[in-house]
Write a protein that binds this ligand. Structure first.
Ligand code: MN
Length: 240
C-alpha cells in the first residue's frame, strides 16, 4: 500500500499520522487502513452475552474501530474514560496485503491475506449493554482510543494460515479465555467473503475475528498475555 494521499498533492502541515503496526522480522511497518471486527463468532461467547450464536446461513455481525485505535505490544493502556466496566476479548487478527473492489469468493479470499496476529477487542461493556438495551449502535462501546492492542503481524509466508491454533488469554497469570480457532462459526475465508459483500477491501485492513467465551473485566494494574499458539503473543497492562 502506498502512503500517497487519496486526493494527490502534498499534505498540509497538520500533525496527522498514519497508524501502523510492526511486522515481525522486518524493518517495515504495516500501515493500517481500517479495522473491521466480527461479533458473535464463537457460540459459547454469544451465549455468555445472552445472544444467539451466529448462524452460518445468515450474515455475520460486523462493527468497526478507528484505525488509530491500535496500540503495540508491551503497552500500558490508561483505564479508558467513560466506563467502569472495561472488558477483554482476545481475537485472531487478519491483516490484508491486497484489496478488492468487488465481491471476493471465499475460495479466493485467502490470497488477500498479508499476515496474522493476536489482539484484544477492548470493550466498554457497560456502554455496550446500554446501547443494546436501547437498540443503539455499539460505536462508543467498541471504537474508542487504544481499544485495539495488537502484536506484531506475522507474514503469512512465515506462518501459513492458522487453522489448528488455539487462541488464549491470561490476566495476571490466570487463564481466562482459551479455545481452538476451529470453533469459529465463520472462518477467515468466509469472513473476507462476507465483508467484501459490504465494503471494498483494501491493503492495510485489519479484521478482528471474534472472541471465545470467558470475557471479563480488566482493572487498573492488571497485566494480560494473549496468544495464538505457534503464531504470536501480546503482552500489556492497564494503567493504575
Ligand atoms: Mn470482539
Amino acid at each position: 500500500m502506498s502512503n500517497t494521499l487519496l486526493a494527490g498533492g502534498q499534505a498540509c502541515a497538520l500533525p496527522a499520522r498514519i497508524p501502523a503496526v510492526p511486522i515481525r522480522g522486518r524493518a517495515e511497518v504495516f500501515p493500517v487502513h481500517r479495522i473491521y471486527c466480527v461479533g458473535r463468532n464463537f457460540a459459547e461467547h454469544a451465549k455468555e452475552m445472552g445472544a444467539a450464536p451466529s448462524k452460518p446461513s445468515e450474515p455475520p455481525v460486523f462493527f468497526m474501530k478507528p484505525a488509530d485505535a491500535v496500540v503495540g505490544d508491551g503497552t500500558t493502556i490508561p483505564y479508558p474514560r467513560g466506563t467502569s466496566e472495561l472488558h477483554h476479548e482476545v481475537e485472531l487478527v487478519v491483516a490484508l496485503g491486497e484489496g478488492s473492489d468487488g465481491v471476493v469468493a471465499a475460495s479466493d479470499a485467502l490470497e488477500l491475506v498479508f499476515g496474522y496476529s493476536v489482539g484484544l477487542d477492548l470493550t466498554r461493556r457497560d456502554l455496550q449493554a446500554r446501547a443494546k438495551a436501547r437498540g443503539l449502535p455499539w460505536d462508543v462501546a467498541k471504537g474508542f482510543d487504544r481499544s485495539a492492542p495488537l502484536a506484531p503481524i506475522v507474514p503469512v509466508t512465515d506462518c501459513g494460515h492458522p487453522v489448528d491454533a488455539v487462541i488464549s488469554l491470561r490476566v495476571n497469570d490466570r487463564s481466562v479465555q482459551s479455545a481452538p480457532l476451529a470453533q469459529m462459526i465463520f472462518n477467515v475465508a468466509d469472513v473476507l467473503h462476507e465483508l467484501s459483500r459490504l465494503y471494498d477491501l483494501r491493503a492495510g485492513d485489519l479484521i478482528f475475528m471474534g472472541t471465545p467465551a470467558g470475557v471479563g473485566p480488566l482493572h487498573p494494574g492488571d497485566r494480560y498475555h494473549a496468544e495464538v499458539s505457534g503464531l504470536a503473543t501480546l503482552d500489556g497492562a492497564i494503567g493504575t
